[in-house]
Write a protein that binds this ligand. Structure first.
Ligand code: SF4
Length: 244
């Protein structure tokens, strides 16, 4: 029965006349990574477009660009990767913005891959649907800043939506991680402690990953160098903050 279902799925996925399959939402694919899904091999799908415009974003060509690859090309690529990689990472941009995202995730899941979602936490209803259908296995969610600074950093007033996503992830019990990009022009040590407290108050007990900004040539805004934070800025019992 399961074998039949797999054959049916393969036939559906290969249908080149479907309007859905011809849609182009993916900017590009990283075919192999050992770094983006904990302890799994994966590929990364970079979905074009984002509803935030963080100044430190180093993917402006993805945020402002148009999709280049059709879903048909995606599924053909993944069929060749079956058995060679464990997981598919949906990233971007903001992958949950795309109106076909649930169908795409559903099909990738049907192909037998683990699914990880990288999200900026602004699409709680889409996240809820994915969780309810048990279509995803791991989530990495950005925490852009404190309630006061969130909109200034993200250029989007979505702190409450982030909190809604956090509640859903916690309630669902799915494996997930929270991460923040730190730039000393945008956040300070006390902000990081405040954000950590927000997470703890919501029952988050996984590590809080803080990624120090590194100057790239091509960010959305021309930011100066940042003064990085690291463990020495925090007391020894703060080890659940992990710096990257
Ligand atoms: S860093 Fe900000 S602008 Fe760039 S993709 Fe992530 S949420 Fe969008």
């Amino acid at each position: 029965m399961e074998k039949k279902a797999n054959i049916d799925n393969a036939l559906t996925l290969q249908n080149p006349t479907s309007e859905f399959l011809l849609k182009k939402a993916i900017h590009s694919i990283t075919p192999f990574t050992l770094l983006d899904y904990p302890e799994k091999t994966a590929c990364i799908l970079w979905f074009s477009g984002c509803n935030m415009k963080c100044g430190y974003c180093y993917n402006p060509e993805i945020v402002f660009g148009k999709g280049q690859l059709s879903f048909s090309e995606l599924f053909s690529f993944l069929q060749k990767r079956t058995g060679l990689i464990d997981a598919v990472v949906f990233s971007g941009g903001e992958c949950l913005l795309h109106k076909d995202i649930i169908e795409v995730v559903r099909r990738v899941k049907q192909m037998g891959f683990l699914v990880k979602i990288d999200t900026n936490g602004s699409k709680p209803l889409v996240l809820e649907k994915l969780l309810n259908e048990q279509l995803i296995d791991y989530v990495a969610m950005d925490f852009k800043g404190t309630k006061e600074k969130f909109q200034h950093i993200a250029k989007l007033d979505s702190y409450e939506r982030f909190m809604n996503c956090l509640l859903q992830l916690k309630k669902d019990g799915i494996l997930f991680e929270i991460r923040t990009t730190f730039h000393s022009n945008l956040l300070n040590k006390d902000d990081i402690l405040e954000m950590k407290e927000v997470l703890e108050n919501e029952g988050y007990s996984n590590p809080f990953y803080v990624q120090n900004f590194r100057k790239y040539q091509n960010t959305i805004e021309p930011l100066p160098d940042s003064f990085p934070l690291n463990e020495v800025h925090f007391s020894p019992n703060m080890t659940e903050i992990i710096f990257r």
